[in-house]
Write a protein that binds this ligand. Structure first.
Ligand SMILES: NC(=O)c1ccc[n+]([C@@H]2O[C@H](COP(=O)([O-])OP(=O)(O)OC[C@H]3O[C@@H](n4cnc5c(N)ncnc54)[C@H](OP(=O)(O)O)[C@@H]3O)[C@@H](O)[C@H]2O)c1
Length: 251
């Protein structure tokens, strides 16, 4: 069902979404399609990209590949139409105790959580593929801002680093009125949380959720706020990080 009232004025705008095959990224794609936006979507699982493309074939361009591969980034940058916004949702979560955290594992996590979104943004900007008045949103995490956990040294620091660069590039890109912000969600029910259950027991997860005043979030909770940041309704907002965590950071 299309939304008739285009309050957000994002109808027919083009947005590039990474991590489109799952969880938060997928939910953002579904919401933007309801608003009649055009999408450029990325992920490694082609069949999942096709599921989104099949919802509105004429409005979606899909790129299947690994964002830690420079050749894949180059292909996107060379061939994508120009865009009005980017959401960097692709990311991985790994629990590795600091004592045994290797450079190899740090690289593995930083390559996709930090370097890939930065390189993609930088290359798109250099090639003038990001229109003036665009909005760029990095999906960070409260673990990089307010609350971390045992084993999250690499993950949390990769997310903190995103906010560091958001503050700088928001100033540099303001001359094109391109806005740059990050969103830091608390726990959201996605495949990422399913994966964490290899490390954290189901009972610990229930215990953790009970500490959230509003419980864990849904991908749609993050998608709704992302759509606002992509829209011109947030045209005076840049260089900021937004915690959305059902009140968890307050306790
Ligand atoms: N879920 C949470 O509780 C939570 C909380 C705070 C922040 N976040 C952040 O929110 C973002 C989305 O998380 P999610 O929960 O939606 O996770 P998810 O369901 O596991 O989805 C992760 C996405 O990242 C993509 N991806 C991972 N590695 C990639 C690579 N090397 N190249 C290209 N794509 C890659 C995956 O696509 P393919 O598998 O198809 O490659 C998938 O679409 C992440 O940055 C995460 O850190 C999540």
């Amino acid at each position: 069902m299309r939304m008739n009232n285009d309050f957000l004025e994002i109808s027919n705008k083009t947005f590039l979404i990474t991590g489109a095959t799952s969880g938060i990224g997928k939910s953002i794609c579904e919401l933007l399609l309801k608003f009649n936006s055009n999408l450029v979507i990325c992920g490694r699982r082609t069949e999942k990209l096709n599921e989104i493309k099949n919802k509105a074939p004429q409005k979606v361009i899909a790129y299947s590949g690994d964002l830690t591969d420079n050749g894949f980034i180059k292909n996107i940058v060379d061939t994508t139409p120009s865009i009005d916004g980017i959401v960097h949702s692709a990311g991985i979560l790994k629990y590795i105790p600091f004592k045994v955290l290797s450079r190899k594992n740090l690289n593995l996590i930083y390559d996709i959580n930090y370097f890939a979104p930065i390189e993609l943004t930088q290359n798109l900007y250099s090639k003038k593929k990001i229109n003036n008045d665009s909005s760029i949103v990095f999906i960070s995490s409260i673990s990089g801002i307010t609350k971390s956990a045992v084993g999250l040294a690499a993950y949390s620091s990769s997310k903190s680093a995103l906010f560091g660069i958001v503050k700088t590039i928001s100033i540099e890109l303001a001359k094109n009125r391109i806005r740059v912000n990050s969103i830091s969600p608390g726990m959201v029910r996605t495949e990422m949380l399913d994966g964490a259950q290899d490390v954290i027991s189901g009972s610990k997860i229930i215990e953790d959720e009970n500490r959230y005043p509003l419980g864990y979030g849904t991908p749609e909770d993050v998608a709704n706020f992302t759509a606002f940041l992509l829209s011109s309704r947030s045209k005076w907002i840049t260089g900021s990080n937004y915690i959305i965590d059902g009140g968890f950071s307050c306790i």
